[in-house]
Design a protein around this ligand. Sequence first.
Ligand SMILES: [Zn+2]
Length: 108
Amino acid sequence: MNQDFCCDDCKNQAELEFKKKNWFYCDFDKEYFENADELTTYHAWNKEEGIYEEKTIRKKVVDLYVDCEILHKHGNEIYDQINELTKLPFGFEAEQEQEVEEETLIAV
Ligand SMILES: [Zn+2]
């Protein structure tokens, strides 16, 4: 982009439009990145809906955040929030206890 712009606002706006069209959005950083292979996905807990949503994050920060327990690894999957009591992603503890809770679940 070598266009001339009347002011920084217009330049920034044009850059943002360009990135939106051509770059890849990183949900975790709320920024665009040029290469799709810089990004990977993690599961972001949506408390209102009670589901995990797939979001993007930079590959190179995942291990660091897992070490700092900002993110949690379960198998090969990354989660931003887990059940602190069971140390499992939400929903996983129900699967494991399914036999015990089956009657309750059917009743609901
Ligand atoms: Zn302007």
